[in-house]
Design a protein around this ligand. Structure first.
Ligand SMILES: [Zn+2]
Length: 263
């Protein structure tokens, strides 16, 4: 079955896994900027990363049989304010690139003041460019998750960004209903520290009326290929869902939401 992975850190995943995903039916993907840097960097670190997405990652995707698009933003941690400002100045120019389809991962994780300030900076630029957002939220078992997700939605509203252009990613079962009620897309990330594929499949099956608002992605996949979108599709098939209904979730939803030029 063909699928799109709309949140896949291709720059952090080895080629064998990427090729396996392609063979499993991945025809397109979106690589987001990470929400944090390990250690510290400068604006040059981030501009080089964005350039890497738009040249190397796009072309190596083609070499493995999938179309890659990019989502750009500045990590919450790892840059001082001077370097953040230098990136924010460059970001609008990068957003004009034909392969840039979203901004993110932006958002909050611990919700410290520096994160909040950068989140608002990103939202203001996104509003000017009317671009969809991939919003990082704390992982499902993080104790701060329920509170911080509410903070995120409040800030989006305060900045008057249209919530229907937002993916609230990394959903846990405990915050599914709240997210679904906001009008945002609900991102089910199947990744080693996030939702197992069978749990994501249950969310899809049990929420038939919200299925057009669900986005499934695998973030980092997994060394054993367990935490991937095709695992969710397989679980859905084994639980009896019709082929066309599965494809609507794993292909049509990301294609339509990010307006991807694939068919
Ligand atoms: Zn991610």
């Amino acid at each position: 079955m063909r699928f799109i992975d709309p949140h896949l850190h291709t720059d952090m995943i080895n080629d064998i896994i990427l090729e396996n995903l392609s063979m499993a039916g991945m025809e397109a993907a979106i690589v987001p900027s990470p929400h944090m840097l390990k250690g510290c960097g400068t604006s040059d670190t981030i501009l080089r990363l964005w350039d890497r997405f738009l040249d190397f990652e796009v072309n190596s995707g083609k070499a493995m049989g999938y179309e890659l698009f990019a989502s750009l933003s500045i990590p919450f941690y790892g840059l001082d304010r001077k370097n953040i400002d230098a990136c924010l100045k460059q970001l609008p120019e990068y957003l004009k690139h034909e392969r840039v389809v979203a901004m993110g991962e932006i958002g909050l994780d611990c919700a410290i003041p520096e994160e909040r300030e950068l989140f608002r900076d990103h939202l203001q630029i996104a509003k000017e460019h009317n671009i969809p957002l991939i919003v990082h939220t704390p992982i499902r078992l993080a104790p701060q998750a329920p509170e911080v997700i509410k903070n995120i939605v409040e800030i989006i509203k305060e900045e008057k960004f249209p919530i229907e252009k937002v993916v609230l990613d990394h959903t846990g079962e405990n915050t599914f209903d709240y997210r679904a009620e906001t009008g945002a897309m609900v991102g089910l990330s199947v990744c080693h520290d996030k939702m197992p594929p069978e749990a994501a499949a249950d969310c899809v099956i049990n929420n038939a009326d919200k299925r057009d608002k669900l986005i499934i992605n695998c973030e980092l996949a997994g060394g054993d290929m367990y935490f991937t979108v095709p695992r969710v599709a397989l679980a859905l098939r084994m639980k009896g869902m019709a082929h066309d209904d599965i494809e609507r979730v794993v292909w049509d939803n990301p294609k339509n939401f990010f307006d991807l030029p694939v068919d």
